[in-house]
Design a protein around this ligand. Structure first.
Ligand code: 13P
Ligand code: 13P
Ligand code: MG
Ligand code: MG
Length: 375
């Protein structure tokens, strides 16, 4: 039996240069050093360190399976060390997402976000990973629906006989901590009934229905629900597989030809347009945004990200492309429109979502000054 390959994408905000906008070089250096050492020891096969705004992203390929203690410990210790570096430099929000003090076997529920997928490598296995900043898990519901369930986005659902059997979606209810699996196209309306509520439901995994081939995995943690208070948004990551009976890479990217609105942005308390950007623009500036997403494409090859002859991973920065210039323009147009509305809904999140932000303290202060309205 050939060994299975695991793709682990684990992320954490451990501190940013100048506010919440970007991961600075010294933190990259810590991550590169630790993952290089882990690769030399044979714990992981190879890796890529990148950033989505102020989130440090560790992409690791290995053969240890999902939720592996050694891999999670490597990520945790790397984030800890990077957070120490951030503290030393007095970076902003040093250690922001490290909600627990000691590692207890798995980073899930401890602050970092995790998307993992164990796969039997196909003859050629194209993968696209997505990472977003200034938003949260449910923000991937819309593009994942379009990629794997919407025939108007993914031509393969109509014209590739290997896809016409549809896909199965696991949806997590992040409030009640339970999940359900729904099959499309048969249960498309039920799926939409749930995942349209992006603040509560999040698609966590997708399989091809015909053979249960895993084809998408995303992080679904809600930091506020772990910490019991606002501690930043849950800037999500996801892994998707493409081609040969799955959506083509171009079909995975097509939902981002237009911008759409997500929860997050300034103080995690606003609706904002998601902007697809290349790595060089992966920094959140205007009103701490607008929320941004990067997409990196690579081939999984014998347990690794396929490399050049020097061992450097071959990675395509997929949104670094004029094809997404229109979406970026739309995003800025809509960003300006929303900002003109200041703190008025719908620019600001609705009251239910604001429960998890610092506005509660402001309202509590006013509480006893409210008087009954006389009839
Ligand atoms: P595959 O069926 O080989 O994935 O090719 C589809 C295609 O041509 C995408 O543009
Ligand atoms: P992050 O969750 O990306 O740290 O953002 C926090 C914030 O409040 C931005 O305004
Ligand atoms: Mg931050
Ligand atoms: Mg962030």
């Amino acid at each position: 039996m050939p060994k299975k390959t695991t793709i682990s994408l684990i992320k954490c905000d451990v501190g940013s240069l100048a506010g919440h906008h970007v991961v600075p070089k010294p933190l990259f250096n810590v991550a590169e050093k630790n993952l290089k050492r882990a690769a030399e020891k044979g714990l992981i096969n190879n890796f890529l360190v990148f950033n989505a705004g102020d989130d440090l992203e560790l992409l690791m390929l290995h053969e240890k399976g999902e939720q592996n203690i050694e891999i999670h410990e490597l990520a945790w210790n790397t984030f800890r060390e990077a957070a120490d570096k951030a503290l030393e430099l007095k970076l902003y929000g040093a250690g922001q997402d490290l909600l627990k003090n000691a590692f207890v076997g798995n980073v899930c529920g401890m602050g970092p976000g995790v998307a993992e997928m164990e796969i039997d490598e196909r003859a050629s296995d194209p993968v696209v990973v997505f990472a977003a900043d200034k938003t949260s898990a449910g923000s991937f519901n819309y593009p994942l629906f379009r990629m794997f369930a919407d025939p108007m986005n993914t031509a393969g659902l109509v014209i590739d006989p290997n896809m016409t059997g549809g896909f199965k979606f696991e949806v997590v209810d992040t409030v009640e901590n339970k999940s359900i699996i729904l099959k499309c196209p048969e249960e498309m309306y039920e799926l939409l009934a749930l995942i349209g509520t992006v603040g509560r439901y999040a698609i966590s995994r997708i399989w091809r229905a015909a053979d249960n081939l895993i084809c998408a995995a995303s992080s679904v943690s809600k930091l506020s629900l772990i910490a019991g208070k606002y501690v930043g948004k849950d800037d999500p990551v996801m892994i998707t597989r493409a081609q040969h009976g799955l959506p083509a890479v171009g079909e995975l990217l097509a939902p981002f030809m237009h911008s759409y609105f997500v929860q997050g942005w300034m103080r995690g308390s606003h609706w904002g347009p998601l902007m697809p950007v290349g790595l060089k623009a992966s920094k959140c500036t205007a009103f701490d945004g607008p929320p941004r997403i990067v997409a990196l494409g690579f081939q999984v090859s014998n347990g690794k990200i396929a490399c050049d002859s020097d061992g450097v991973p071959l990675v395509a920065d997929l949104f670094d492309d004029p094809a997404f210039a229109l979406a970026r323009r739309e995003a800025m147009h809509n960003a300006c429109m929303l900002r003109r509305m200041g703190e008025f809904e719908p620019a600001r999140l609705g009251s239910e979502e604001m429960e998890y932000t610092t506005i509660q303290q402001v309202l509590a202060k006013l509480g006893e000054r409210f008087k009954p309205v006389k009839e």
